[in-house]
Ligand binder design. Structure first.
Ligand SMILES: [Ca+2]
Ligand SMILES: [Ca+2]
Ligand SMILES: [Ca+2]
Length: 387
């Protein structure tokens, strides 16, 4: 049964051309209970551990995010770190069980959020997901039964995996994030905990629990051990394309930032996109692109008063330098051509100062004032068009 579960997980991953980017820890303690009982063929236990005279006693905390009793919504959170280059995250695999569950039943719903900091703390933001949109895509038996220290009810809590898939992949830059999730099923849904033989508290354990409308550090109520939540992050690693972007005709210290959007296309599919915030005529850039994309691609840069620039590149699955990419200035009105209308736009805003004026792109050189230098730049670029 375990092999079946793994196979279906891998087939789901293959169909999305994605990989396991992070695994937050195991649950299985093996096929034999410490009292000698053996798990059904092909399965294992996730048995609460005991070290010396101290035992963990919490099988799992409820993750019923729709709970309507006084304790309110229940969900749990744990952290993960995204390395340089960033990730494109398509889904999470999380886990749940219910007492007297079956190995074939399905979860009813599942929700998941991603935070850019510790959940509920000032300054932490939710960067993806919510607690209302059901993003459960499928349920599968993990091949593991959650059990306590006694030999009763050994197979009454099959741990089921839930794959929660975002409607569109979530791009996460390098950094530390937290996920929190909730599940519903035919009964109260609990979530198992990271469990290893001979270990009460995983190294660095810091999972959190939301109950009674507050966040708490998740601990085993008997041993006091802090806990970890088992989950996997599914998606693709991004790689970084470095280089220098030269914004033609602008001053070296901008009076205000300018935004240049980029997209990396293979045919009609976008394999990387984002916005570069430029503060200077020459900016170091680092563009994220999916590591799974290889071969010919087109980088498209466009924004503010600069004309669209297209560059043909060859993706290798690794990072590389794009060298210097130069952009032509003067398209104040964004029409795709530097022409008389752009001169008119500069004249209409003549004398305005920035930041604060109404037509920022009329300050073509980003000096902080719309003046004769800006008209000169439009004239210098006159007749140029979008690539
Ligand atoms: Ca953790
Ligand atoms: Ca124009
Ligand atoms: Ca100016």
């Amino acid at each position: 049964m375990k092999q079946v579960a793994l196979l279906s997980m891998f087939s789901a991953i293959a169909s999305a051309q994605a990989a396991v980017l992070h695994d937050n820890g195991p649950m299985s303690t093996g096929p034999t209970h410490h009292l000698g009982n053996t798990a059904p063929v092909g399965t294992t236990f996730s048995e609460l551990q005991s070290v010396g005279a101290v035992s963990n006693t919490v099988l799992g905390y409820s993750v019923n995010y729709l709970n309507a009793t006084a304790t309110g919504p229940l969900h749990q959170a744990d952290d993960f770190t995204v390395p340089a280059g960033g990730w494109s995250v398509s889904s999470f695999v999380v886990y749940g069980f219910r007492t007297n569950g079956s190995t074939t039943e399905q979860f009813n719903t599942g929700v998941l959020r991603i935070w850019d900091g510790v959940p509920g703390q000032p300054g932490s933001n939710i960067v993806a997901g919510d607690l209302t949109t059901n993003i459960l895509t499928f349920t599968d038996f993990s091949g593991i039964y959650r059990t306590g220290r006694s030999s009763s009810s050994l197979t009454s809590r099959p741990i089921m995996s839930a794959t929660l898939t975002f409607p569109t992949a979530v791009s996460l830059p390098q950094g530390t994030y937290w996920m929190d999730y909730g599940l519903t099923s035919a009964g109260n849904t609990f979530a198992p905990l990271v469990t290893r033989p001979g270990e009460l508290q995983p190294v660095g354990a810091n999972a959190m629990l939301y109950t009674s409308f507050q966040w708490y550090t998740m601990v085993d109520t008997n041993s006091g051990s802090q806990m970890e939540v088992p989950f996997q992050v599914i998606g693709s690693q991004n790689v970084e394309l470095g280089g220098t972007m030269e914004l033609g005709g602008s001053v070296s210290a901008f009076a205000m930032p300018r935004a240049i959007a980029y997209s990396i296309m293979q045919g009609t599919s976008t394999v990387g996109s984002g916005v570069i915030t430029a503060n200077s005529s020459s900016s170091a850039i680092s563009l994220a692109v999916a590591s799974t994309a290889t071969g010919s691609a087109e980088l498209v840069l466009d924004g503010s008063s600069w004309l669209r620039r297209r560059v043909t590149i060859t993706l290798t699955g690794s990072g590389f330098s794009l060298g210097t990419i130069s952009m032509v200035n003067g398209d104040v009105d964004g029409s795709g051509e530097v022409d008389a209308a752009d001169i008119d736009a500069v004249i209409a805003d003549f004398g305005s100062t920035y930041p604060g004026g109404s037509t920022p792109d009329a300050d073509v050189d980003v000096s902080g004032e719309v003046d004769a230098a800006d008209i000169d730049l439009v004239i210098a670029g006159f007749g140029s068009v979008d690539e």
